[in-house]
Ligand binder design. Sequence first.
Ligand code: B12
Ligand code: SF4
Length: 457
Amino acid sequence: MFQIKKFVLGGVSLVDLILVRTVNNPIPGVKKNSDSGSYAGCRIPPFGILNIANFVRMKGYSVKLVDLSKKCYASLTSDGIADHILSHNPRIIGISYMTCQSMSAMSLGDALMRKSNVPVVHGGVHSSVLPEEALKHGHVVVQGDGEQCMLEMVASKEIDLNNKIVQGKTLSSEEMDTIPFPKKEDYDETAFDPSLTPHFPIITSRGCPYRCVFCKDGYGLRSSKVRYHSVDYIVEYFDYLYRTYGIRDFGIMDDIFVSSVARMEEMVVKLEKRNLKLKLQCNVHANIIKPDLLKLMQRIGIQWTFIGIESGNDKILKNINKGITVKKVKEAVHLLKKYGFYVSGLYMIGNIGETPPTINDTIRFAFSLPTDRAWFSFAAPYPGTPFYDMVGQYGEIIEPDFSKWNQASLVYLPKGISKREMYQLMRKAQMVRFYKKVRYSLLGCWTTALARIASKK
Ligand code: B12
Ligand code: SF4
C-alpha cells in the first residue's frame, strides 16, 4: 500500500495553522452536557492552544483558533466541523484534548483525514500519553509542550512522517514569559462577560511539585520541574486585563498557585506598587498553609481557596501519595477559615485501596470540616498516571473505552466494592455537598467575612 512519507507544505494557504479545542464526551443520561471546560458555571479558556497560537504568531505566522465549545459549533457534526475548518484552507491542523474530550477529537481527526491531505497533529494530555491510539486519527502526535514543535512545523517546508511521535520541547520559565498575552478575539463569547464568567480564568505556572498517583503530574509527563511565569509577567498581565477590560476578579487555574512565601511577597509588593486591588480564587495545598502566608494571601486579594483533600483516611492518603495527613488537612482548613478565606474541599471516592468504611471516613470528614463547599468525584485511573499502572493490583477499570470517560462517570471499581455500592456512597456524599451549600448560603458568607476582618486586626 502507498504510504505518505512526508507532507510537503506548499501552496497558497489562507491560514498557516488552525488549532482546535474539542468538546466533552457525552455523559449518558445527562441531556445538557457541560461543554468542554465548563466548570462551576464558567467556561475555562483552552490555555494550551492559546499559548501555542500566540507563540507561533510571534514569528509572523497566522493562526486561527476553533473552540468547539462555542455555541456556533453545537449543531455541527464532525464532518460539518471538518468542512468549516478546511474552508479556511489551513496548512496544518492541530487538535487538543484531554481524555474526557477524546471522542470529539478522534472523530474530527477521522473526518479531516477523509476529506483532505492537510496534516493533522494531535496534542494535549491524552494523546501525549497514548500516542499510538491518537495516530489512528491523525498524522503526528506532539507529546508535552506544543509551542516550539508547532512553530517548527509551521516554519518548515515539509513534515517528515518517519517521526510521527514528536517529543515537545519543555519551555523554561523564561521562554514562557516571551509568550504574548492572549487577545480578546481568541476567547469565546462568555469570557469577558462577568455575568457568565465572574472570575476571569488565568494560569500562571505549569506543573506541580507534588506526586499524587492519580494525577498526570504524579508521573512527571512533562519535565518534573514546575515552571512559573515570573512575577513581573503575571503582574503585567493583571494590569493589562484591568486597564484594558476593567477585570479585577480572577480564577487562577494553576495546580498550586500559592507556592512560596517569597513569591507571594514579591507579588504583593509589585501589585501594591501599581495599586492593583484584585479578587482572586486559587488552589492551595494543605502543607503550605501557615499564618505568614495567609496574611500575604489576604493582601494579594485571595478570597476563595480550593483544597485537594481527597480522603478522610490516612491509609488512603498514603496510598495515593498525597503527602498530607488527616490531621494536617484539619489544621490547614481551620487556619484558612480563621483568616477569613472561603474554602472548597475537593474529595475523591473509590481511590487505591478504598473500602466502604474508608469512603465513609471521607464523607464523615467532609461533613465535619468547616469548609464552605464540598465537591466529590469518582477516582479515575487516567492513562499516564501511576494509578493507571496499579489498576490490576487494586481493582478494575469497568469502562475500557476512553471515549466514554467524562468528569462524572464511574470508570473504576476498587476490589470488593460493587457498582451499586459506589453509587450509593456517592449519593451519600452528595448530601454533604448539598448540606454545605445550604449552610454556606445561610451562614458561611457573612461569618467568613467577619473572620477576615477580625484576623486583620
Ligand atoms: C486548568 C485545568 C482544568 C480546567 C479547564 C481545562 C480546560 N482548559 O479545558 C478545569 C478546572 C475546568 C478542569 C477540569 C477538569 N480537569 Co483539568 N486540569 C487543568 C490543569 C490544572 C491545567 C491545564 C492547563 O491549562 N495547563 C496549561 C497549558 C498551557 O498546558 P496544557 O493544557 O497541557 O497544554 C500544553 C500541552 O499539553 C500541549 N498541547 C495542548 N494542546 C495541544 C494541541 C496540539 C496540536 C499540540 C501540538 C500540543 C498541545 O501544548 C500546550 C502548551 O505547551 C491540568 C493539570 C496540568 N498541570 O496540566 C488539569 C488536567 C488537564 N485536568 C484533568 C482532569 C481529569 C479534569 C477533569 C476531568 C476533572 C474532573 N474529574 O472533573 C475536569 C474535566 C474538564 C472538562 N473538560 O469538562 C487531568 C486530565 C487527565 C486526562 N488524561 O485527561 C489533568 C491533566 C490533571 C490531572 N488530574 O492529571 N481542568
Ligand atoms: S497536588 Fe494536585 S496537581 Fe499536584 S500532583 Fe497532587 S493532585 Fe496533581
